[in-house]
Design a protein around this ligand. Sequence first.
Ligand code: PEP
Ligand code: MG
Length: 575
Amino acid sequence: MRFECKGIPVSEGISIARVIVLRQAEIPLCPDAIPEDKVEAELKRFADALAAAREQIEALSQSAAQRLGAEQAEIFSAHLSVLEDPVLEEAVRTRIIDEHRNALYAIADGTAEIAALFQELRDPYLRERAADIQDVGRHILENAAGVQRVNLSHLPEDCIIVARELTPSETVTMDFEHALGFITELGGRTSHTAILARSLEIPAVVGAAGILEQVSGGECAILDALTGSIVIAPTADEIQRFEKKRGDFLREREALSALREQPAQTRDGKRFELCANISGPGDLAGAVRHGAQGVGLYRTEFLYMNNTQFPAEEEQFEAYRAVAAEMGTGRPVIIRTLDIGGDKALPYYAFEPEENPFLGWRAIRMCLDCEDVFKTQLRAILRASVFGTLRIMYPMIISLEELLAANRLLERCKEELRAEGTPFQEDIEVGIMVETPAAVMMADILAQHVDFFSIGTNDLTQYTLAVDRGNSRIANRYDPLHPAVLRAIKRVIDASHAAGKWTGMCGEFAGDPRVTALLAGMDLDEFSMTAASIPYVKKQLRKLDFYEAQLLADRALKASTSAEVLEIVAGRDDT
Ligand code: PEP
Ligand code: MG
């Protein structure tokens, strides 16, 4: 029966194929208490299951590294750390020893409780780590119950896989020759299914609520992961229409990928830097594939958020070294120092509740108060700096005092390393994010003390317009095209140039092809964005004439409303 629904598109593309439904085997769980003399046997059953799961996850990690590269294998390092976390083991053992539950119930209940703690966190990235815990829990449970894992490694024909949620271990072992798309009921943009689908360029839609009730397997489906639309049992007309849309999409993507080797320059030869925003070494493959000339923003907070304690210097050094080495000296990497607080919490650190967390103790404010935490990171960056070209960037700066205090601490770290005889890049470049109106107004002064600026339009829009970036009720007021934001951007670029410095942009605005001409015309030097947006922005740049772009920017900067700005940029937009 024909059925239509919508989800969140997380990996673009269009697929038309038969559906395979993935349902996990039911494992019956009995909460009844067991007699005391059975406790030992149940503890052993749990310990055996834990050991077997560890072996399987290690094997999965190796197979993922071979088939898909180190990026995907990293998922399993996270799984192994969940498995080795004494909190999980304790949660299950307590249930068996103190509550006299059998091993199956204790495993399911223990992991569910820990996963639920993550699920309650505000940060979407951490919330989705609950999926890792559930995946690991399921592994242990299946071992304890003697249930065979679902095997997707040999799919009989081209198909679209429909599941409640795909676990990383299911996706990694999958037969990608025949898997043409994923549809899941759960998950968000940063879930592993989404990350994996993007890196393999397999169309995927998540959050398709209720789809499992509508399909039993074998139906034809259209998966439009450009818009998030799904049609089950489509008409012949629909199939024809989507075949055409698919063809157009593939041709466009082919044409864009041909741009990879082309320079990011206007028709009249003005060059710009197009860089990628990354959240860790795992994002580098995509950055390189899309032709990033460097990393304009490495959001290091994920290293802290996806951890059970503040990451040690060595762990950070390894991550920064990997990024520096992978990009090499020709592709600089800007490492943003810890930007935590506000909407980003840490599972192991109790931030005091605040009335206005976005205006509270966050980012550089916290780092300057917690010198040990800050120094650990600065030392790790400095040590990694000899493996490539690293730059340091402080977030949320509002005053010269903050910048100077951060630099004093950096100087102390350099002195320590010199005394230890540890090599580092002596003249490592240091810049700041301009994401507060205070930094905009002080840009001429701050520019004397930095090597570069990077404009964080996500926060700059929020703070300039006093509009919470995460509040859907006022989302229509959150508008980086507002003349106040545009003027702020221009002011920063001009102040940096007057001091002989350069300005980049790493907020989402930089990756919006509608405003490429406008930003280029304002003389922005570097654009940093989600890697997949690079070809789209490059395409726009290569169509431009710099002089015309400057005229367009002049007109936009004189506009009185964002509607006028939009009209001006849309006038030349021909994406
Ligand atoms: C920004 O504020 O524009 C930015 C890039 O930082 P984040 O989105 O991580 O706050
Ligand atoms: Mg920000």
